[in-house]
Design a binder for this molecule. Structure first.
Ligand code: NAD
Ligand code: WQD
Length: 348
């Protein structure tokens, strides 16, 4: 039997590389498109090494129509898993047009190429950020979307484009997976999260403090209406996130547009996370309480029941697993994928 072939856009990135590995290990052919704007091709080499399998790679922009048409001509694609996007909230406030352009033009160009090639099945990376400052917790898929920054807005606009597409053309099958706070790394410690420059997200930041690369972590806000005053998030292991994609694929090309939260349903405060990472790493994590980070909300926790009921998916890993796996990647690759080059400011 021929293996189903998945085109993974953004496949060299944090979540994409783990998804490629999971798909290869579970009977899929994988084709990657990534322009490496926020990643390294070394991640793909590591995926090949761990899986013992190869995959095609195009160092192309998803917004390049000719390049995307070539990919669909060269491979018989069954499904597209679309990760490629810019993803940093703060950066999107500084560069709104770049975010709308990359995230929306990329999606529209990809859809045009799919349409030409008669490929009508997609999983789309959406985000809990579309919910903004949620008034009711835990957050269900029916909670209102109130994006508060250009990044989140681009994800919500993408969902609306995909909803309209599926309404007009009922033979399309699109599933938007709304991830909460992905964290951790593959258990091998060979692939993980390797942000360019100083990490903006809390878990890679803690990891670098534990490793001694950074002096201390600032805890943004200690006056929130939460148990210890620091903000609460729903951290979810990256391998649970990618298993959610595979289970979605296993439900087949269900016609229409669907959306699911991928979270654990468990909230963790920043101070609880600092304490957990210190315990797991066995290293002190100096921290300093400071003011709230603009745009942050007090608490975001998913109701993951719909994904459980309809996809048969449940997060299987806990916060200790996330910290242990992130720490293993940090220890095995203290300077990330490209070692010294990265710290010298290579644009990759
Ligand atoms: P990432 O930056 O590590 O991966 C994105 C990848 O897409 C990178 O490898 C980048 O080089 C590539 N890319 C970006 N624009 C491209 C373009 N125009 N053409 C080709 N490649 C392009 O980010 P990630 O954390 O792996 O996120 C993957 C997806 O999940 C993104 O769509 C993101 O918005 C979404 N998401 C991420 C999080 C999170 O916290 N990590 C949470 C919710 C949703
Ligand atoms: C978590 C908590 C910070 C850094 C973002 C996006 C969201 C999704 C996941 C893409 C917050 C605090 C952080 C630090 C800190 N991504 N913090 N010190 O902001 O919840 O979510 O990533 O879709 O859309 O908004 O994640 O890891 O940046 O922050 O105290 O040095 O840690 O204030 O409360 P966030 P984060």
């Amino acid at each position: 039997m021929t293996k189903p072939t998945a085109l993974v856009t953004g496949g060299a990135g944090f979540i994409g590389s783990h998804c490629c590995l999971d798909l290869l290990m579970n009977g899929y052919e994988v084709v990657v498109v990534d322009n490496l704007v926020n990643s390294s091709a070394i991640a793909l080499d590591r995926v090949r090494q761990i899986s013992g399998q190869d995959m095609a790679f195009y160092a192309s922009d998803v917004a390049d129509q000719a390049a995307m048409d070539t990919v669909f001509r060269n491979h018989k694609i069954d499904v597209v898993v679309h990760f490629a996007a810019y993803k940093a909230v703060g950066d999107s406030m500084d560069r709104p047009l770049e975010y709308y352009s990359n995230n929306l033009t990329g999606l529209l160009t990809l859809l045009a190429a799919m349409s030409k090639a008669d490929v009508k099945h997609m999983i789309f990376s959406s985000s809990c950020s579309i919910y903004g400052d949620a008034t009711e917790l835990p957050i269900t898929e029916a909670s209102p979307a109130r994006p508060t920054n250009p990044y989140a807005q681009s994800k919500w606009m993408s969902e609306q484009i995909l909803t309209d597409l599926c309404s007009r053309y009922p033979d399309w099958s699109v599933t938007a997976l709304r991830y909460f706070n992905p964290a951790g790394a593959h258990e091998s410690g060979e692939i993980g999260e390797d942000p360019c420059g100083v990490p903006g997200n809390v878990l890679p930041y803690l990891s670098q403090v534990a490793a001694g690369r950074l002096d201390e972590v600032q805890v943004f806000g200690s006056d929130y209406p939460t148990a210890d005053g620091t903000a609460v998030r729903d951290y979810i292991h990256v391998m649970d996130v990618v298993e959610g994609h595979r289970l979605t694929l296993e439900t087949g090309a269900v016609p229409g547009f669907r959306r699911y939260n991928l979270g654990t349903g468990v909230g963790t405060s920043v101070l609880e996370l600092v304490e957990k990472f210190a315990a797991v790493s066995g290293r002190p994590i100096p921290y300093r309480l400071s003011g709230r980070r603009p745009g942050d909300v007090p608490e975001l926790v998913a109701a993951p029941d719909l994904a459980h009921a309809e996809l048969g998916w449940t997060a299987r890993r806990n916060l200790t697993d996330m910290c242990q796996d992130a720490w293993r990647f940090q220890q095995l690759h203290p300077l990330g994928y490209e070692g010294l080059i990265t710290t010298l400011g290579s644009s990759r």
